[in-house]
Design a protein around this ligand. Structure first.
Ligand code: F6R
Length: 241
């Protein structure tokens, strides 16, 4: 897996955004998936600016949500839906039919998984996916030990993920489960950009690079596919040799 190291977060985000822009410019109706969470916020901003400047046109692009906390909706600050809409979708003029996103409020999670799997069957494979890395190496909500055969599924969240989740929410949440694209779908994407920023990710970035590919650290599995690259800023690359 090729590793790209950038001096700072803004330059990292520009470079990651350029991957998405190149993909959409080559295929206007591309299927794009970008993680929620803090890491891609600068990528969203760069993509919104690129559309404003006329460097890319998302009007035919399909967007797929990566994951969601079960029990949370767009009205809940810090939900994936809230973050991605607030920072990205609301700033592009997208039509509803351009977006497929998990409904965290679903009372039938298995049917919700089937709905998103059907969408991927129709529109997939994903042309370009931008992933963050969890502190425990999760990608999407594929926690340590996740199966490589999984498509969309419901997950009991790892204790690390539950503890980290408080950073997103303005009130106390007791998130215990998530709903996510599975490793099978993620690793079948035509282009995978694994992205990390900041000193706090230096340890898991080094493990991702140095540890043999293993389901114990899902981010290491990205190394097993040729179409994947790691994009990090200098701080996140701190523990790399
Ligand atoms: C969020 C997601 C997660 C995050 C990861 C890193 O949609 O899929 O895998 O990418 O937990 O989160 P941040 O970017 O907040 O450090």
């Amino acid at each position: 897996m090729k590793t790209h190291i950038f001096p700072d977060y803004p330059q990292l985000c520009q470079a990651v955004a350029q991957n998405v822009i190149n993909c959409v410019n080559a295929k206007p109706n591309a299927l794009i998936c970008i993680a929620g969470g803090d890491t891609p916020l600068g990528v969203f901003a760069a993509l919104v600016e690129a559309q404003k400047q006329g460097h890319v046109d998302f009007s035919h692009t399909q967007f797929l949500g990566l994951d969601e906390w079960l029990g949370l909706s767009k009205a809940d600050k810090g939900s994936c839906r809230e973050m991605v809409w607030h920072h990205f979708f609301d700033k592009l003029t997208l039509r509803d039919k351009q977006i497929c996103f998990f409904d965290g409020l679903t009372t039938h999670p298995q049917e919700e998984c089937q709905r998103v799997d059907r969408y991927i069957d129709q529109h997939g494979p994903i042309d370009c996916i931008v992933l963050g890395i969890g502190m425990n190496g999760h990608i999407g909500f594929n926690e340590p030990g996740a199966s490589l055969d999984n498509t969309c599924h419901v997950i009991d969240l790892d204790a690390v993920t539950q503890a980290v989740s408080v950073k997103y929410f303005d009130t106390q949440r007791n998130v215990q489960q998530g709903i996510s694209l599975g490793l099978k779908t993620i690793l079948a994407a035509k282009k995978i950009v694994l992205m990390a920023s900041g000193e706090k990710k230096a340890g898991i970035v080094a493990q991702t690079v140095n540890h043999p590919a293993s389901r114990d650290i899902p981010s290491t599995l990205v190394k097993t596919v040729t179409q994947a690259s790691l994009y990090v800023d200098k701080a996140a690359a701190n523990a790399l040799e």
